[in-house]
Design a protein around this ligand. Structure first.
Ligand code: FRU
Length: 489
């Protein structure tokens, strides 16, 4: 058990030998990833401050340095020119002032006058452990130097709201600055508050966003708002939503509303139903950015709070998802892996086959870290699917029940177990037939894009090292498939 003192110990208090020994423990972990952003040690959570600025994509993330637990949070900084090779910039924001003494919590970025403004939540607690959240600003110049403003710009939650007031998402519109902030009403329901500012220094509370979800969970974390393909999109991570059928199976949810553009004056947001962004086990608190090509790119935290992960014993936890490009089709967010990832492709194996009442593997088609695209045709099997990261006893399974158009990701036999209190399968029903499956498999994760991004399943898996087999199966009938697989190393 980690004591409060241990969780709130700062990186700066740790002796070099302690850090060296922690790094050694991390490096000895068999589950370190090869093409995902992961912390050098300690725990990462939400992606923060996503931006394209000064020729680089910038990604920060929530970081507790000294172990695999939630404690005093830093912003860790990575940057990249191509979204695949990441330069480690080290800690970006440190919790070193009174108002952020218990953590520089999540926030977002906005470029203005050649600088990148980082708006984040200062988390402070008093001796009785009462929380005082404030919204703060740090500014990064073109040399990558980050300096904090000495006072919060929004010093406290407004009347009528609790201490759960965090994760500002800032943007510029109509010549002014706007921010939405996750909040909890005094009646313990979640919402989002809208603020405006002429200069980013003085902020005025406009009020709540008016959605048609007045009573939807007890807290909305990490809101994000943007316009895409002529619609308004509000992403947030509500806590306290009950599981319903295949939906909302994780401890906390993460999803979106699509509607008309948000009316900044009336704060009205007319929208459709809340939909989950991801159907897998490990996905939370995503954030988006827009790049010079106008692409809206999303990155999520491939993890969830309050769950023990097998990497904990090696002193680190979690990673980020690969970047996904967003678009809207038929009132739904479509997510596709960014094209840049193709540069990771190494040896290619291609196969065309008919699978009929059997489970089949192919010579040379195995792997630990790979990308694989499967095109399915003439499907008349009752069920079909793929087993991967498999050996004789372990496997991760994606199964399709054709009649119900239902996809099931099963990690009950994946390897070391994780989060089993929340079940070992995740499922969803498709609107159309299953046509394509696109997998990105890393040492300890899988991201599966279905039908060119209609649905995504994201999961950590902790397979055995020799679990490299890939098998395809079709029961009670057959399917034709074309498989392209590339090693990623
Ligand atoms: C979401 C979250 C945010 C908060 C941050 C703290 O995972 O709880 O609401 O700002 O993590 O690390």
């Amino acid at each position: 058990m980690w004591t409060r003192e241990q969780r709130y110990r700062r990186l700066e208090e740790a002796a070099p030998e302690e850090i060296a020994s922690l790094l050694e423990t991390v490096h000895a972990c068999p589950f370190r990833q090869t093409f995902h952003i992961q912390p050098p040690m300690g725990l990462m959570n939400d992606p923060n401050g996503l931006a394209y600025f000064d020729g680089y994509y910038h990604v920060f993330y929530q970081w507790f340095p000294l172990g695999p637990v939630h404690g005093v949070k830093y912003w860790y900084h990575m940057k990249s020119i191509d979204l695949i090779t990441w330069i480690d910039e080290g800690p970006g924001i440190r919790p070193d002032l009174d108002f952020d003494s218990h953590g520089a919590y999540s926030g977002s970025a906005l470029e203005q006058d050649g600088k990148l403004y980082l708006m984040y939540t200062g988390n402070k607690r008093d001796e009785n452990w009462r929380r005082y959240p404030s919204q703060c600003i740090a500014v990064m110049n073109q040399n990558g130097e980050i300096s904090k403003w000495q006072d919060p710009v929004i010093p406290e939650p407004p009347n009528g709201y609790t201490e759960h007031f965090r994760d500002p998402r800032v943007w510029k519109e109509d010549g002014g600055f706007w921010a939405i902030i996750g909040a909890q009403r005094e009646d313990l329901t979640g919402t989002v508050l809208l603020y405006s500012s002429p200069d980013m220094k003085t902020w005025r509370l406009e009020g709540e966003l008016k959605t048609n979800l007045p009573n939807f969970g007890y807290m909305w974390e990490c809101p994000d708002y943007f316009e895409l393909d002529n619609s308004g999109v509000l992403i947030f991570s509500p806590q306290g939503i009950e599981a319903k059928g295949d939906e909302f199976q994780n401890i906390y949810q993460s999803g979106y509303l699509i509607g008309e553009s948000l009316n900044l004056l009336s704060r009205e947001f007319h929208h459709g139903a809340f939909k989950e962004l991801d159907r897998g086990f490990d996905f939370y608190a995503p954030q988006t950015m827009v790049d010079p090509n106008g692409r809206r790119i999303l990155i999520g935290w491939m993890g969830l709070p309050e769950i023990v992960y097998p990497t904990d014993k090696n002193g680190w936890a979690h990673c980020l998802t690969i970047p996904r490009e967003l678009s809207i089709q038929n009132g739904k967010l479509i997510q596709t892996p960014v094209k840049e990832l193709e540069a990771l492709r190494k040896q290619k194996v291609e196969i065309q086959a008919c699978i009929e009442n059997e489970s089949k593997s192919f010579l040379g088609l195995t792997g630990t870290t790979f990308e694989m695209k499967i095109k399915i045709e003439n499907l008349d099997a009752v069920e079909c699917g793929i087993e991967f990261r498999a050996n004789n006893t372990k496997k991760t399974v994606l199964k399709y029940e054709a009649k119900r158009k239902r996809l099931i990701l099963d990690r009950s036999l994946s390897g070391e177990s994780v989060g089993i209190d929340y079940g070992t399968i995740r499922a969803c029903s498709l609107e159309s037939e299953l046509l394509t499956v696109h997998l990105f498999v890393d040492v300890s994760s899988v991201e599966i894009f279905i039908n060119d991004g209609e649905e995504v399943f994201t999961a950590r898996i902790f397979p055995e090292e020799d679990g490299q087999d890939i098998r395809f199966f079709a029961n009670h009938g057959s399917m034709d498939m074309t498989v392209e697989k590339w090693a990623i190393s």
